[in-house]
Design a protein around this ligand. Sequence first.
Ligand code: A2P
Length: 277
Amino acid sequence: MTDAIPHLTLNDGQHLPQIGFGTWPLDDAQAQTAVQAALACGYRLIDTAARYGNEAGVGRGIAASGVARSQVRLTSKLRGSEHGFDSTLRAFDATLAALGTDYLDLYLIHWPLPMRDLYVDTWRAFVRLREEGRIRSIGVSNFQPAHIDRLLSETGVLPAVNQIELHPDFTQAALRAWHARQGIVIECWSPLGRGEVLKDATVARIARKHGRSPAQILLRWHVQHGLVAIPKSQDPERMRQNLAVFDFALDAEDIAALALLDGEHRQGGDPDTNDER
Ligand code: A2P
């Protein structure tokens, strides 16, 4: 069931499969093995970041997979220490060199770091790189509406994607509605709540009802909410499972039960205060 992964169309005309493969917190060697296995399973969206320190491993995994580069939607992210126009251009070159490629499908500003106030200059460099054809789509990660409003008002260019933490225990309903109005696709990091939400009793009950695993219930929830999710796993069997979510559907009762799970619990940092360089 990995041959028919639905895609979402972005506001720049590009598209993304609704399930991709996340690589945090793998090191180079682990990322190489995992990415090669994920591509063999049928994943075609691979997500990394300069800050993960595994871009070289991701690049080697793609090369070893035998899957053509043109068939892979490759995403990386600019780390916080590189915010600023010139430093972004330099960091992008380093990312391409580490990945062993000459373009990215999607490049994201990893965190807004509003306390540094450099994300608009950074965004201008992203726009330049897209104009030069070196990035297909440009986006952001962990941005709040106020940060995106500034990008739009100061550059006139809206991100195609915002990658944020989002799962049934942290559903960010108002933020999702805002992105839908803006036409920005949400990519969800830690869609399994870093494994924590898999332990929930309601998720387990719905999993038994459908003869599926808890992870499949959570990822199907993302798919039915019109989101992109990028679960990470080092286990090829789990990788396969996480991609096999397109041959069943949650019903209205399941969706209503899962809606009660939202404890507004983040697993990761807060976009307004996180200063991760
Ligand atoms: P592992 O790599 O050993 O499979 P998230 O993507 O939300 O950050 O969650 C990642 C965590 O969930 C990892 O600890 C990963 O462990 C685990 N995980 C990923 N897929 C599954 C699955 N299908 N079943 C159980 N645990 C999973």
